[in-house]
Design a protein around this ligand. Sequence first.
Ligand SMILES: Nc1ncnc2c1ncn2[C@@H]1O[C@H](COP(=O)(O)OP(=O)(O)OP(=O)(O)O)[C@@H](O)[C@H]1O
Length: 506
Amino acid sequence: MDRQLLSLGSADKILGLILTALRDLVDYDLAVILKITGANTLTVQKALGPLVNERIESFSVDLNRRKDLAHILRFDQPYLFDEHEEHEDTYEDLLALPEDHSCLVAPLYVQDTPIGLLTLDHSACSMFSPAIVKFIGTISRLIAVIIAQNESSQYLDSLRRDLTRERNILLTREASHFQNMMGNSPAWARVVDQVKIVAESELPVLIQGETGTGKEQVARIIHRLSPRSDKPFIALNCSALNASLAESELFGHEKGAFTTAIVQRKGRFEIADGGTLFLDEVADLPMEIQPKLLRTLQEGTFERIGGEVTRSCDVRIIAASHMDLKQRVQDGLFREDLYYRLGVYPLLLPPLRQRQEDIILLAHHFIQKEAQKSGTVPAAISEETVAGLLSYPWPGNVRELQSAISRAVLLSKGNTIECRHLGLKETPLPAEISAPDRPVAAGSEPQTPFPSMVSMEKRHIEAALIRTAGKIYGENGAADLLQMKPTTLQSRIKKLNINRQQLLSS
Ligand SMILES: Nc1ncnc2c1ncn2[C@@H]1O[C@H](COP(=O)(O)OP(=O)(O)OP(=O)(O)O)[C@@H](O)[C@H]1O
């Protein structure tokens, strides 16, 4: 549509255009469009012509009092006042009109409903011929449609604004859910996408990933983004639970059910009713209890230990494991049917070494958190430290990085963090989940080339640019973050062929 048409804007502007155009066709001294508003009141929307004054522009009249106007409004046709007929002036003496003048009033109808009035006045007599009256009859129908159309588009506009506001609130809320789960790498972006999708559903989710990759955090975010967010999120760590303890934790017990059951206790299923139950380290759940869990998941019912009442519950299950659960099934340590029940939506969290772009980002995030805690300026990190962080395999993933940074901030005593402050030791990687990704033992054939310093520097600068949304200069700019001169940073960006636009849109 024509941009000018779209920007016509307010009703006042549109009605002004209509009355101006009308004046080219019909000679008038005053043309007024009034609208029926609220409690049977006619209110001036727009007035034009030499006789306009401020009082006319703010004029409104109660139709219960003005029976003459109410009567005219009952019929969808213009009414021309007889010039010699005694009639009450529409604008109740606000106009200085001679005794004999021309006055035409046309109701504005949308289908069968009157929505307002168009009045035309002229100081001279006999200005409105029958042809003009007929023409005004037609034009008033068009004016009515335009007014109604404008109102509905304003209504749609306000709805759109409300929806946008609502969407922004939701997005901010969603963004705040992810704010402690940092990451810009493609691998992490895929996790975030999946989390958003699965959160809206009721599907059971099985989160797998090495230790410290953020499984519990992700489970909490799924719950917070789900329709169950106002109901409880209850977590149970299944490791180190024997069968009877696991049963009691899951389903509760009645008083006296066993020697130590001195009081009755609800289980996690009962407490989580309506919400989400997070079964952490589910691979460790004793075999004996697995059929009972399966039954509850299938039927939504359970009994407390020592209880006879069958209770029902409505619980969404999110399970997590740092072990490969399928392998546990193959090893005969986990029931296959339960595995399929829990793993309807599998979510694999990438290890930190597969999120190279995030390592420096997370390191800065944790440095900042430390600085916030101690009320000091965030520590800087040396280039050697950056290379060290990027080449380390991070068997303990984000948790290990977080601990390394906390330690380094302490040891560096407010100075630049050096590699030695991190205290990283080469450790074998966990075998369970990331077999294809294990590091190459010294002396054996490397699977992937060791990253060069130049590629590390490029990644580091890219991470800083992503973090500052491409800003180089000034406070909180990438140069500030990297503690280098902005001009030096710019020349490095050029030299390393970093395309800021591409980087930020990817
Ligand atoms: N993307 C991330 N951004 C910021 N912090 C993170 C991120 N991922 C994990 N963390 C932090 O790392 C720590 C470990 O996360 P979490 O406990 O969720 O991991 P996990 O996979 O459940 O660990 P485990 O297997 O040992 O139970 C937490 O302090 C968490 O806040």
